[in-house]
Design a protein around this ligand. Structure first.
Ligand code: MTE
Ligand code: MO
Length: 263
């Protein structure tokens, strides 16, 4: 045995086929054990690391959280205003469009609905759908993607969020780092980084396929944000607020999804 090791690793004669196979096998096993050992050791180390403060119940590893946050920081940097989501001919749009997600839609819609915009100084604006409709309207079709693994081309109409903040004098608010949206019953809520909210294709949307939004697709007003996965396109906006810290997010807080879910 010792002999054959000596032959295959130190001999400078050309090895025969059996010796070559033997050499490759030995080398492969060596690396296999080194990597398996490293993985096992790494896993034991990870298990011993402290949990993130405040996550006693759902036990989020502080180290893993740091990795996720670093990834998020890298990928949020990829967003740019010049980076438009591809638009499609409206004739390619699904009709009817698929419905997904009923969080925050189970409560009866108040016939007196208005969007509550909570300003930085605590004042609240109550904005009706008719007010929104007075602002310039844009329409486009794009490929809407859900993290559950489906996507479809859909055609939406509404007001650019960036036009909305200008029209309502929300300069101080839109200079903050994060936007927050919640349904009227607060059962569903999303947090969005401001650069993505101000992206030229992010709209406060009130039309689907050229018609009034269906109830289960967010009537009277929803967000459509093509630079993000569907989870961020909150249906039935009840509240809008702003913060320099991350605003709460149904899927990112507790449930541990990526906060930015950028595309
Ligand atoms: N209020 C509310 N908005 C929501 C959801 C939800 O459950 N409740 N689901 C989200 C998800 S995961 C997706 S994919 C899209 C689906 O939009 P659609 O029903 O118009 O296809 O809505 C998003 N907005
Ligand atoms: Mo989704």
């Amino acid at each position: 045995m010792a002999n054959i090791f000596k032959t295959i690793f130190t001999s400078n004669k050309k090895l025969n086929i059996d010796q070559q196979i033997m050499k490759k096998t030995v080398v492969s096993f060596f690396f296999f054990f080194v990597f398996a050992g490293a993985a096992f050791w790494g896993w034991k180390w990870l298990r011993k690391q402290p949990m993130e403060p405040g996550s006693e119940k759902n036990r989020t590893s502080a180290v893993l959280r740091k990795v996720l946050n670093t990834n998020e920081d890298i990928f949020k940097g990829l967003l740019s205003k010049n980076n438009l989501a591809k638009e499609y001919p409206r004739s390619k749009a699904a009709n009817p469009a698929r419905v997904n997600g009923y969080l925050g839609l189970k409560t009866k819609l108040d016939s007196n609905w208005a969007m509550n915009v909570i300003k930085a100084n605590g004042d609240t604006l109550k904005i009706k759908l008719d007010d929104i409709k007075k602002l310039p309207k844009i329409e486009f079709a794009f490929n809407f993607k859900c993290i559950e693994g489906w996507s479809q081309v859909t055609h939406w109409g509404g007001v650019k969020f960036s036009d909305f903040v200008k029209a309502y004098g929300l300069g101080t608010e839109s200079a903050m780092n994060y936007l927050g949206l919640a349904t009227p019953d607060k059962q569903y809520y999303v947090g969005i980084d401001m650069p993505s909210a101000l992206h030229p294709q992010t709209i406060l949307c009130y039309e689907l396929n050229g018609m009034t939004l269906p109830m289960d697709q967010g009537y009277p007003l929803r967000l459509i944000i093509p630079v993000k996965y569907g989870v961020k396109s909150l249906k039935r906006i009840g509240y809008m607020y702003f913060d320099n810290k991350r605003t709460p997010d149904y899927w990112a807080d507790v449930r541990g999804y990526d906060y930015y879910t950028g595309l």
